[in-house]
Design a binder for this molecule. Structure first.
Ligand code: ATP
Length: 463
């Protein structure tokens, strides 16, 4: 893909996401706020589906993992002990003339301000945690932080969860929830935002078995993306080395996705994680989608926990293997991978069908709507039957009802938002009590009896 095409794809995707109700800039009528995004009617479905799939795979299907939903604001001691108050920072430089601030890592030492060509100050640390105050008094004793990761609340609940669930090592605690980072340079659409959701799992192991479990979680994580339809060729593992590793990590592997942009200019904290820029030095496109870290006993030790094996009587501080992924960053990878343009259209029967068509080939589990019910005409007897069919499917699936515009235009609208199946109700349906089901990817059409439709759709969506 050349640079222009790559840029094009991002622009097209951003525009599709806005027009079709996936993602909008937050508070846009007031000019928006950089690094904040709202998820529209389709976006919220996509995000929920991503979260549901992750939870099912890594909590519901596993007897060794339990869930948690903890608060965003905690006692600030959590962040003191974890090292975030001292260390969760980026290096920034400020222009002496216009006072605009930039992430130091994006510039060489002799660079000038891109806004006014003024000189930069020296680098200084900038803590990227958002601050707030708890209660009516605003002073240092009431200062609290919005969590920059969901992990710490899992660690501080280590004993309470263990006692309640009688879990024994190895076991994991999973959490999905909002995290906040005052990123100096948010950007690349939803790749790097200031408010986002994370899906994190802290898997507690005997330190002697850390290697085995680390490999296991890298493989499991990779497989989840592949099973949800991401092209293997757009994924790769990148092992962090030397200074790239966070101070707490013994080993970290990033699962990278081949994004259509360089990650330069959209970088993560420098002091906290040493490595920046495009993932492996100049290989534009591949950038971190998720990280799997061996956090050792750093966190449990910091919060003062130990563990005693009831059988062997061995006492130790468990090591933690952490697979961590952002919901929005995953959504961006799924959307980019699914976005397909078909030059000249997929059918050639009429001129209008020869236009370029867009098909969002999302995995069925991720598609915001699973089925669209399309009556061929707005005549009352047809809409009545179509609405009956809609009602018969909606308790199990997200179903869209659309009777506006030509059937060709309606098919294309559904293709663009990734709906796997369109059900057309035509005048024959009144006689033969059957409908036509069209498959988004193959465009094959099958005549199915209305009595069998729910079973047919359920089977298709489960396969
Ligand atoms: P990056 O290197 O891209 O900044 P990180 O190494 O700081 O990420 P972690 O702290 O390991 O990220 O967080 C785990 C995951 O959370 C990342 O792999 C990514 O999917 C997601 N994530 C982190 N920061 C952001 C952000 N600002 N916006 C969206 N998602 C994010």
């Amino acid at each position: 893909m050349n640079k222009k095409t790559e840029q094009d794809i991002m622009e097209k995707l951003v525009s599709l996401c806005k027009q079709r109700g996936f993602i909008f800039p937050s508070s846009e009528i007031y000019g928006g706020l950089q690094g904040f995004w709202d998820f529209g009617p389709l976006g919220v479905e996509l995000k929920n589906n991503i979260k549901k799939s992750w939870w099912k795979r890594f909590v519901q299907m596993r007897s060794d993992v339990v869930g948690l939903d903890s608060t965003i604001i905690t006692n600030p001691t959590v962040w003191e002990k974890s090292g975030h108050i001292g260390g969760f920072s980026d290096k920034l430089v400020e222009c002496k003339k216009c006072h605009h601030r930039f992430k130091a890592d994006d510039f060489t030492s002799n660079a000038k301000c891109p806004d006014c060509k003024g000189e930069f100050t020296g680098e200084r640390n900038f803590n990227t945690m958002f601050k707030t105050f708890v209660g009516p008094v605003e002073n240092s004793s009431t200062t609290a932080y919005l969590r920059p990761e969901t992990a710490q609340n899992i660690f501080v609940n280590f004993d309470t969860v263990r006692a309640a669930m009688r879990t024994k090592i190895p076991f994991g605690i999973a959490q999905i929830g909002k995290s906040f980072r005052n990123e100096i340079t948010p950007g690349n659409f939803i790749f790097r935002s200031r408010e986002f959701e994370q899906m994190e799992l802290e898997y507690f192991v005997n330190p002697k078995e850390d290697k085995k479990w680390f490999e296991e979680w890298v493989n499991q994580s990779m497989q989840w993306f592949i099973d949800l339809g991401i092209d293997k060729n757009n994924l790769r593992k990148y092992e962090q080395k030397g200074k790239e590793l966070a101070h707490y990590a013994k080993e970290t592997i990033d699962i990278e996705y081949n994004f259509p942009f360089s990650s330069h200019g959209a970088c993560p904290p420098v002091l906290w994680h040493g490595r920046r820029g495009s993932a492996s030095g100049g290989d534009k496109g591949f950038a971190e989608l998720m990280g799997i870290s061996n956090r050792t006993d750093h966190d449990l030790k910091a919060h003062g926990f130990t563990y005693k094996d009831e059988v062997t009587k061995e006492e130790f501080i468990p090591y933690v293997i952490e697979p961590s992924v952002g919901v929005e960053r995953a959504a961006l990878a799924f959307l980019l991978d699914a976005y397909t343009e078909i030059e000249g259209g997929r059918t050639t029967t009429t001129d209008s069908n020869k236009e370029k068509e867009v098909v969002l080939k999302l995995h069925k589990d991720l598609a915001p709507y699973k089925v669209a019910i399309l009556p061929l005409s707005k005549k009352e007897n047809l809409t009545e039957l179509a609405l009956e069919i809609y009602d018969s499917l909606k308790s199990k699936h997200m179903v869209m009802y659309d009777q506006v515009a030509s059937i060709g235009r309606r098919y294309r609208r559904q293709d663009e938002i990734g709906t796997p199946y369109c059900v057309t109700v035509d005048f024959d349906s009144l006689e033969d009590k059957a409908v036509t089901v069209r498959d988004r990817d193959t465009m094959e059409q099958e005549r199915i009896s209305i009595a069998e439709l729910a079973k047919y759709i359920n089977k298709k969506l489960e396969s």
